[in-house]
Write a protein that binds this ligand. Structure first.
Ligand code: RNT
Ligand code: ZN
Length: 412
């Protein structure tokens, strides 16, 4: 179906496809740098791992240097429509003599800042509270040892200052997300003490004066991780309460809840009490496996709820998956385009009609229409967007990946 026919079909349901395309084109997606190198970073040459974060697979072509990672991101950007941001972790600092993580400074990220400016991307940031000797026994900000806590507190502060400088230079605020792996493999005898220490440490990280105009603080909970099956200090309840109390941005990672929980359903609740949310769009298969995002029902529900809550301006959309068993640039492309398709479909929903049906108690029509919209020609609207953004269609972009694989990745 042509775009103009699709436009008419939607118009008959009260949906303006041009308004949907405009909203889509104004919504940046934050690409997570760590899909490009299996969450290794540039501190040392060898993958360090830890914190229960595990990229599995050995597909050739992993980016090993900042330049390789930037080259790969530029390739991905040719295949992804619309505005992008780059989500960096502290372990992606650049330089020959990098200091310890508590001493990192903006200058160690200047290469990224310059690259982002040149390409018109915004930046986001994360402290790296894993893959480090001081995280080896499974605790960081909630560690019983005050000295180790101090190290991680100073790391958190350093990261917020780096983010502030990134934001200032790019004139575009940076979301700094805090996720810590802290927890016990087996049943704790004291669940409260580590949580009290985590709160104290976070209070200290956030007490450091950083301009809220350029740095937005976010916190991310988790249900469990590998080796931390019985108890996670930073649970959902902990961070939800902490974010509400301190009016922080709350990060919702799609893989960090019980598999039968709907992350989409949480959005309207938390937005009532926190100023902003950050999504980590991800796909857990049986557990928090961080598979590449696809256009599935849980992903659709997340974007539907953001749009239904009219909360695009209070939502930072970030991705969080890492698959080392397939082409990493294709993984970025598949996951980002899937998120954008979900967003577009949400924007094309005949909201008014559905709400009128609901308001009048006609739940039969509501269900019929919710099911009916699945067969509407949203694919034609998506194709129109791809053409306008000068990005290859769904069946064409993989040939670019194959070419890049032959010309670049296979030579690494
Ligand atoms: C881990 C969290 C966290 C990380 C990244 C690398 O379970 O989801 O967001 O994936 O910070
Ligand atoms: Zn996450």
């Amino acid at each position: 179906m042509s775009y103009s026919e699709a436009q008419e079909t939607y118009a008959a349901l009260g949906v303006d496809t041009e308004a949907a395309l405009k909203a889509l084109s104004e919504t940046p997606i934050s690409l997570h740098c760590w899909q490009g190198d299996d969450v290794v970073g540039f501190e040392s040459k060898e993958p360090t791992g830890g914190g229960g974060i595990l990229a599995t697979g050995s597909y050739p072509g992993r980016a090993r240097t900042p330049d390789e990672l930037r080259q790969d991101l530029e390739q991905a950007a040719h295949l992804i429509p619309g505005p992008l941001r780059l989500n960096l972790h502290a372990i992606y600092a650049e330089g020959d003599n990098l200091p310890e993580r508590d001493q990192l400074e903006p200058k160690h990220f200047q290469g990224w800042i310059d690259w982002a400016r040149e390409h018109g991307w915004g930046l986001d940031f994360n402290g790296t509270f894993f893959a480090h000797p001081k995280a080896a026994d499974g605790f960081t900000l909630s560690h019983p040892d005050a000295g180790i806590r101090e190290f991680w507190i100073n790391h958190g502060i350093a990261c917020r200052r780096i983010a502030e400088e990134m934001g200032k230079q790019l004139e575009n605020p940076v979301v700094t997300n805090i996720w810590v792996p802290d927890g016990y493999k087996d049943l704790p005898a004291d669940r409260a003490a580590p949580r009290r220490r985590l709160e104290e440490s976070l209070d200290r990280v956030l007490a450091a004066e950083v301009d809220g105009k350029w740095n937005i603080d976010a916190v991310e909970s988790k249900l469990f991780g590998i080796g931390v099956e019985s108890y996670t200090v930073g649970s959902h309840e902990f961070y939800l309460a902490y974010a509400v109390k301190n009016q922080l941005c709350l990060c919702l990672d799609a893989g960090h809840f019980h598999p039968t929980e709907s992350v989409g359903d949480k959005i309207s609740s938390v937005l009532q009490f926190v100023p902003e949310i950050l999504t980590h769009v991800s796909r857990g298969v049986r557990w928090d496996s961080d598979h590449v995002v696809i256009l599935d029902d849980p992903t659709q529900a997340i974007f539907e709820e953001i749009v239904r809550c009219d909360a695009l301006d209070r939502t930072h959309i970030g991705l969080d998956f890492f698959d080392a068993s397939i082409n990493r640039i294709a993984a970025w492309t598949i996951g980002t385009r899937a998120s954008q398709k979900a967003l577009l479909k949400a924007l094309l929903e005949p909201r008014k009609l559905l709400r009128d049906m609901e308001g009048s108690g006609d739940y039969t029509s509501r269900l019929a229409l919710l099911e009916g919209v699945k067969a509407l020609p949203w694919g034609s609207v998506w194709q129109e967007y791809l053409s306008r953004c000068d990005v290859p269609s769904e069946t064409q972009w993989m040939s670019e990946i194959k070419r890049y694989e032959t010309e670049v990745l296979s030579k690494r």
